[in-house]
Each structure stands twice: as C-alpha cells, then as structure tokens.
Design a binder for this molecule. Sequence first.
Ligand SMILES: Cc1cc2nc3c(=O)[nH]c(=O)nc-3n(C[C@H](O)[C@H](O)[C@H](O)COP(=O)(O)OP(=O)(O)OC[C@H]3O[C@@H](n4cnc5c(N)ncnc54)[C@H](O)[C@@H]3O)c2cc1C
Length: 290
Amino acid sequence: MTDYKAPVRDIKFVRDEVFDFPTLWQSLPGCEEASPDLVEAILEAMATLCEEELAPLNQSGDAEGCTWTDGVVTTPAGFKEAYKKYAESGWPGLTSPEQYGGQALPPSMESILNEFAGSANWAWSMYPFLAKGARATILAHGTQELIDAYIPKMVAGDWTGTMCLTEAHCGTDLGMLRTKAEPNAEGSYALTGSKIFISAGDHDLVENVIHIVIARIPDSPPGTKGISLFLVPKYLPDADGNLQPNGVSCGSIEHKMGIHGNATCVINFDGAKGLLLVKLIVVLIACSPL
Ligand SMILES: Cc1cc2nc3c(=O)[nH]c(=O)nc-3n(C[C@H](O)[C@H](O)[C@H](O)COP(=O)(O)OP(=O)(O)OC[C@H]3O[C@@H](n4cnc5c(N)ncnc54)[C@H](O)[C@@H]3O)c2cc1C
C-alpha cells in the first residue's frame, strides 16, 4: 500500500511565504480568532486524519467499491467509521456560519485541507465535498425557514448532499431535462423524474441525503430558461424532527473505471416533495465530472 504523507512543509511555504495567508486570515471580519497557533493545529490535525484514516482506505475502498442491494447502497469497509471521526471532529462545519454550528473560518484555509483529503482518498472525499456544495446552495438561495431546517444538520455532518442535474438523455445540454415539478397546494412541489451519474447520491454514511435538483415547472419556457432549482430530501423531517420517506430512491449505482468507493447513482424521484430554491434560473451549466 502506498503511504500518504500530507505535504505540510510545502503547504506552509506557499501559505506563509507566497500568499501570506495568516495575515489575510486575521484581517478578515469574523476570523480574528484564526491565530497562527490555531491555524497550525488545524493543519496538523487534518494531515493526521488524512494520513491515518483516509489514505489507508484508498486502495481497499477502490478494490471493494460500493454495493447496491435492493435499493440500499453500502460503502466500502472503513468509510463509515472514517466519516464518523471526521464529523465528530467538526470538519464539516469549518467554514460554515457560527449561528448554524460552524466555525466560520476562511474558505481559503479549507481549500488546503481539501487538497489533503482529496489526495489521500478522492472517493471518500467526494461525500463531504458534494455535501459542501449543497450546503452552500441552500445558504445562498434558501429561505430562512429552509436554512434553519436543513443547515444545522448538514453543518454537523449528520446529513450530506448532492447536485442532481444529469438525466439519461441530457448531460451537457441541460435544457433538455424532463424531470417535472408540479405545484402542491401548500406551496411545495411534487418532483417526478430520474437523474443519473449522481455522485454520493445514496450511501450509508449518514441518515439523510439532501438533493439539490433541477426540474421544470409546468408551462416554463423551453430550454435552459425554463429550469428551476429545488431542495429534495431523501427523508423529510416532520415537526418533531422524525424522518419520513419522501419518494426518493436509488435505482442502481454505476460500474465505473475508477473512484469505486464513491457511489455514482441513479436517483429516482416519484412525486417527491421538493422545496423551491430558485424559480426559472437561466443557466448554461457544463457540469464536468467531479
Ligand atoms: C464520475 C462522474 C460523476 C458525476 N457526478 C455527477 C453529479 O454528481 N451530478 C450530476 O448531475 N451529474 C454528474 N455527472 C454527469 C456529468 O455532469 C455529465 O457526464 C456531463 O454533464 C456530460 O454529460 P454526458 O455524459 O451526457 O455527455 P454529453 O452531453 O453527451 O457530451 C458528450 C460529448 O459531447 C460534447 N457535446 C455535447 N453537447 C455538445 C454541443 N451542443 N456542442 C458541442 N459539443 C457538445 C461534450 O462536450 C462531450 O465532449 C457525473 C459524471 C461522471 C462521469
């Protein structure tokens, strides 16, 4: 097995001598606590997680891969335990706002940690990376009610997320998408359609997966002008916080040439309750494979 050694010395040189990030970080509003000592401790802790937990699972995870049985996706041995350690240590919330349980540290600091994690084990890293994108989308476009209902759980790492764009007949040209979103009486939407190639689309690392889905509302303009964006949880939290099934299922996982440890899924929406994030976004998305 190849040993992974996080390039801490090189990173420190670029961070301190080339970009002088520590001075920048301490000058940013809300980041005053990012002292050199704290930054140092974060860097060393992430290096340790990557070297001792993530890298040792890279080869075994690739050989074993994810499995799909009767709609249930299981990640390779060790992935779940490594994720638990990652979440319990607070890594998912490193850059998230403090009021939702995050640490509000600078994204440029997290980019260093992402480099370590991605190099140590790309397949594993894609689970938190996709979750981060979903979190950022909800924070940018969600109502306060949606943010309060979903973001704290995602910041804690209890729930992960995806982006659901691609369909069997449309990848690059998303204007051809067929997933439909029909208005429900109470303001939500019922989503019906099938997405393919959804990275981290379903798995056993967490109890809930929050899908960010593009779909077409009836009578929308054709092409990309008629695309809207929805939050569709695998399980809907009820008023007491209990999770209820929401018509979202994993139809299968892809058999790929690489990144076997990350589940690339067919995700089916059968009248799933969707909560509107953006109505009629004008997009031209060329979504390259992650
Ligand atoms: C490992 C992996 C993970 C993925 N994860 C996700 C995910 O998480 N979520 C998600 O939604 N999707 C995901 N995808 C899907 C990915 O976004 C699509 O593969 C991508 O958008 C391209 O679509 P396509 O495969 O249908 O190729 P096509 O759209 O058929 O394109 C094939 C080729 O034709 C070219 N082409 C297409 N249309 C035109 C045109 N009009 N003019 C000129 N050239 C054109 C393209 O550039 C490309 O070279 C993933 C894919 C992979 C392989």
